[in-house]
Design a protein around this ligand. Structure first.
Ligand SMILES: O=C(O)CCC(=O)C(=O)O
Ligand SMILES: [Fe+2]
Length: 202
């Protein structure tokens, strides 16, 4: 796998295994974040999805939206999604992310965490259309939130990184096969966070 040598660590970078995760704070400038956040908030078609759990229909604890190239249908948690077509803001973000990762992503899943009660539970992005050892580029805007990673079988192996406003986290290697990740709920009063995970869907 090619190395993203672009990520030089630096004083604010957490100690992460570079074959699994590379973190770049300030990937977008403060001014860019201040423009992009309200644009994404208002122009993205945010959806409230539901999940079937123990025979009940529950609201997913966040809002989501699925954008991408025409025709890239994506099956996720037993549902099929037809993406909305790229907006100007999404293309601006995508071009920067593509250049950094050396990959032309063809889809993005957006999450809006409205407050500390919103979260994403332990999971791996291991849908077959993502292929083996996919590179997934995760951009964060707004409220800093903790991102946890743990090995599926070796409980000792775990990492946490605070995903800051304007940051980029690239997930790669076997992270989606042998590890799980989550964004936990928090009892603190937290503001809104928007996360975008860029993916290549076959
Ligand atoms: O919000 C995040 O940082 C992670 C989101 C995530 O894991 C996902 O959408 O698959
Ligand atoms: Fe994920």
């Amino acid at each position: 796998m090619e190395q993203l040598s672009f990520f030089d660590g630096g004083p604010h970078s957490p100690k992460l295994p570079v074959d699994l995760m590379e973190y770049k704070p300030d990937f977008f400038t403060r001014a860019e974040c201040d423009t992009l956040i309200p644009a994404l908030k208002t122009k993205i078609r945010w959806n409230q999805e539901t999940i079937q759990m123990y025979g009940k229909l529950l609201n997913t604890p966040r809002l989501t939206a699925w954008y991408g190239d025409n025709s890239k249908t994506y099956a996720f948690s037993g549902k099929k999604y037809d993406p909305y077509l790229w907006t100007d803001e999404l293309l601006f973000i995508k071009h920067r992310v593509d250049a950094a990762a050396g990959i032309t992503f063809n889809s993005v899943l957006l999450n809006l965490y409205r407050n500390g009660n919103d979260s994403v539970a332990w999971h791996a992005d291991d849908e077959p259309e993502l292929g083996i050892n996919p590179v997934i580029a995760s951009v964060s805007f707004g409220q800093i939130r903790r991102f946890d990673v743990r090995h599926k079988t070796d409980k000792q192996q775990k990492y946490s990184v605070e995903l800051e406003n304007g940051s980029l986290l690239v997930m790669k290697g076997d992270l989606q096969h042998n590890w799980l990740h989550q964004v936990p709920k928090s009892t603190r009063a937290l503001g809104e966070r928007i996360n975008l995970t860029f993916r290549v869907i076959s």
